[in-house]
Ligand binder design. Structure first.
Ligand code: UDP
Ligand code: MG
Length: 316
């Protein structure tokens, strides 16, 4: 087995003042433990990424940095969302570490498995996915919608790891590979499996958030799901085309039926049928246009190629 690795723990934080003190305390203990066991080198650090928080998150990070040599920080100029904040942290850590582990600030993901991640890295894995054993600490709603989402992704041919969120280890080599994916519509869970290097899994139990509120309300969850699907699969477009074919066939049959009724003299009030079909077809057309529009919107933002985040400060 190789020697100890320089490990960076990358933690995106958005309005996390309620959880940070406890998070820093627990992660410091865990990181020190890994150093004592000879898994992590003395250069290993935590990197807290402040995703443009509106509360005292950044001043807390500055305070911890001053008193705790293991804490480093990165301040983004704006709130760019979880995925971009994570990417900013990973791309910064890339220059400083042998491997980086991403995790949430609320420690919902069991941090006692961190040594297992590093162990697998030292055994030669470039990507280690954290996979949830059970989801019974999530609400019923979150659990069913999330599981439905993974199933839909699978049907659409997008390779994702079932019940894996963004708790994962990436080697420096994998981070270099990740930096080659320039997309603005970032969905890391879909990109990482495309990297292709040797990977493994670590299983853990997911806890409840111990303080603060989820920063993923339903609205953000839905747009995250739509992004995930439309950034990785063009199947919805094909489904629309197929739907169009089916509707056309049905309307030809309808036309024949109308003509036959006309010539047999049954031309009574077809009002209901007409109104229903107008609404139905209008609805289907609008839905389809919406899906097409979603892809055009994606092309629009990719073509502009705007920067995905801007770093305001880096506390090393
Ligand atoms: N987060 C972020 N930017 C955002 C929203 C969330 O950096 O715009 C961070 C947040 O601070 C946390 C992680 O992303 O560390 C996951 O968020 P949360 O725990 O609220 O999501 P949930 O676990 O409820 O899905
Ligand atoms: Mg959480």
């Amino acid at each position: 087995m190789a020697n100890a690795a320089t490990v960076y723990l990358v933690i995106p934080c958005y309005n996390e003042e309620a959880v940070l003190p406890e998070t820093v305390k627990e992660l410091t203990a865990e990181l020190k433990g890994m150093m004592d066991k000879g898994l992590a080198t003395g250069e290993s650090r935590m990197l807290f990424v402040d995703d443009g928080s509106k509360d005292r998150t950044w001043s807390l990070i500055e305070g911890f940095h001053a008193e705790n040599p293991l804490v480093t920080g990165l301040k983004l100029a704006h709130n760019r969302g979880h995925q971009n904040a994570l990417l900013a942290g990973l791309m910064t850590a890339k220059e400083l570490c042998d491997c980086a582990i991403s995790l949430d600030a609320d420690l919902q993901d069991d941090i006692h498995v961190l040594p297992q991640f590093v162990q697998k890295f030292l055994e030669g894995c470039d990507v280690v996915y954290g996979v949830r054993n059970r989801r019974d600490t999530d609400t019923w709603f979150k659990r069913t919608t999330a599981e439905g989402f993974y199933k839909v992704m699978q049907h659409l041919g997008v390779e994702t790891v079932y019940n894996h969120a963004d708790y994962r280890l990436l080697s420096r080599r994998a981070l270099d590979a990740l930096s080659e994916y320039k997309e603005v519509n970032l969905f890391l869970r879909g990109i990482v499996p495309l990297i292709g290097y040797r990977s493994d899994y670590v299983y853990y139990d997911r806890h409840e958030r111990f303080a603060g509120e989820s920063k993923y309300p339903l609205k953000k969850m839905l747009s995250f799901a739509v992004d995930g699907i439309t950034s990785f699969s063009v199947k919805p477009l094909r489904i629309i085309a197929n739907l169009g074919i089916v509707v056309s066939i049905v309307s030809v049959i309808g036309l024949l039926y109308a003509l036959i009724s006309h010539f047999t003299g049954n031309t009574v009030s077809g009002w209901t049928a007409i109104v229903c079909s107008i609404w139905l077809l209008g609805g289907i057309q609008m839905l389809c246009l919406g899906v097409v529009g979603e892809y055009i919107g994606k092309i629009y933002s990719e073509v502009k190629g705007r920067p995905r985040y801007r770093i305001e400060k880096h506390l090393k």
